[in-house]
Structures are given as C-alpha cells and as structure tokens.
Design a protein around this ligand. Sequence first.
Ligand SMILES: Nc1ncnc2c1ncn2[C@@H]1O[C@H](COP(=O)(O)OP(=O)(O)OP(=O)(O)O)[C@@H](O)[C@H]1O
Ligand SMILES: [Mg+2]
Length: 259
Amino acid sequence: MSALLQIENVSKAYLQPNQGLFNRQKTPIIKNVSLSLNQGECLGIIGESGSGKSTLGKLILGLEKPDHGKIYFDGHEMQTRTWRKLQLQRQLSAVFQDYNASVNPYFKVAQIIGEPINIYTNMPKKARQQRIEQLLEQVGLDLSFYHRFPHEMSGGQLQRVCIARAIACNPKFILFDEAVSSLDISVQTQILTLLTDLQKQLNLTSIFISHDLTTITYLCNRVIFFQQGEIVESIDNMAQLSQTQNSYSKQLLESILGF
Ligand SMILES: Nc1ncnc2c1ncn2[C@@H]1O[C@H](COP(=O)(O)OP(=O)(O)OP(=O)(O)O)[C@@H](O)[C@H]1O
Ligand SMILES: [Mg+2]
C-alpha cells in the first residue's frame, strides 16, 4: 500500500530574530526528517516546546517550503504545477490551537464553515446551506448556531465550528496542532470523543500534534517523539509505548505516566 503522506529527508532552517543584523546564518529547525503515513492512520507528534512540531506541520500543509527534501501527498510532490492543477490542496486541512485567531470575528458560523465550500466548490446556495447544517450536526452543534458570531460562543463550541470547517470539503488529511490544548479538561474530553467518531466515520488520515501524551494515546495509533527538530523515537504500536528506548522519550513518559 502506498503512503498517503510521504516525507523524505526534509530540513528547514530559519533566521532567528535575535541573531543580529549582519549574521545571516540560519538555525536548523527541522533536521532531515522522514516519515510516512498510510490512509486511515492517526499519527501523534509529541515533543517539548520549540522542538519544531508546528514547523513540521506547516511544511506538511504546504504553508512553508522545505530547504531540502521532498513531501509527497497521494503520490504527488507537493507544490508542483501538477499538484496545483489537481487542486490537491483541498485534500489537506487543519485545526489549530487558537480558535479565536482562526476565525474572522465578523463572520457568522455559517460563513465560517461555508468559506472553504465557496472557495473549492460551486455548490448552489440551497445545497451549501444544507451542507452547513449537516456539518453543524456532525460536530454536535444544533441549528441555532447557524447565525451566531464567534463572540457568542464558548471556546469548545468555537473549536467545534473550526472542526466543521476543516471537514467541510471532505479532506483526506487533517492536521491538528494542539487543537484541544486551550480547552478545559471536560471540554477536551468531549472534543476528543468527537474527533475519534469523525475519524472512524470519515476514514480520516491525521496528524495530532500535542505536548500531552494522554490525548495522543487516546486518539492515535502511532506516535513519534520529537526533539530539537529530529525524530528521536517512533512507536508504531501504542501498546508498546512503555518500551521506549530513547532517554528523552522515557523522561517524557515518566513525567506523564509516573512509571
Ligand atoms: N517563521 C519563523 N521564523 C523564524 N523562526 C521560526 C519561525 N517559525 C518557527 N521558528 C522557530 O522555530 C522553532 C520551533 O518552533 P515551532 O513553533 O515549530 O515549535 P513547537 O514544537 O511547535 O513549539 P510549541 O510546543 O511551543 O508550539 C522555535 O525556536 C521558533 O522560534
Ligand atoms: Mg507549536
């Protein structure tokens, strides 16, 4: 089976803001990372703050270009002419931590969820309205939310809207970058239940970035430990989580699970 997402020896370096005007030396953030993900898999990426998780996410979404290496989605190299012609961008979607910054505060829920539908399809108005209603139901929000503004909702409800928007155009892949981290524990659990249901219903392939191993164990079937831009350990079966070899991953596990 060929992988849906294939990352081959990808590297990325950035100029750092505090390195002085004349020092043009870039700091490596992602260092020769390779991984592949098959259809239907959920991969967790865990690592300390600043280890490069979100940067890897941005490279996968095509928001940033790798300095070296290649990323293939569905067998096509990303950001090439063929890639753009096939409109493969619509197959990838994302949900971020900061739901408030992810939506236009002047847009009503229907406009927020309907935006990708407008961009990627030419669905007639009535069908679009029905699709938005169906999406609201899928993420556990009733129809009274249709005309609400972001400031009229709780964080958990707004994150549900962001999830509805992310699945609106039936993407094959969704990246969740700390998608539940800002929510309180009970709401986190509700959103995680929703995500497991959606993953099954839609046969989604996803990457779940988090610094919380508990959420990753709940959602994912594989996990990679990320440290200073490198994969230091890769676990392909969550049942073997306690058999980690690398000292950094062991340390992370101990701090969370109290082994
Ligand atoms: N566009 C950019 N320009 C310069 N440096 C950047 C840029 N994006 C990220 N970095 C740097 O890359 C490093 C990794 O950042 P990144 O956001 O990927 O970390 P992270 O693992 O997602 O951290 P966190 O868990 O806090 O979200 C940081 O030192 C950050 O300052
Ligand atoms: Mg991050």
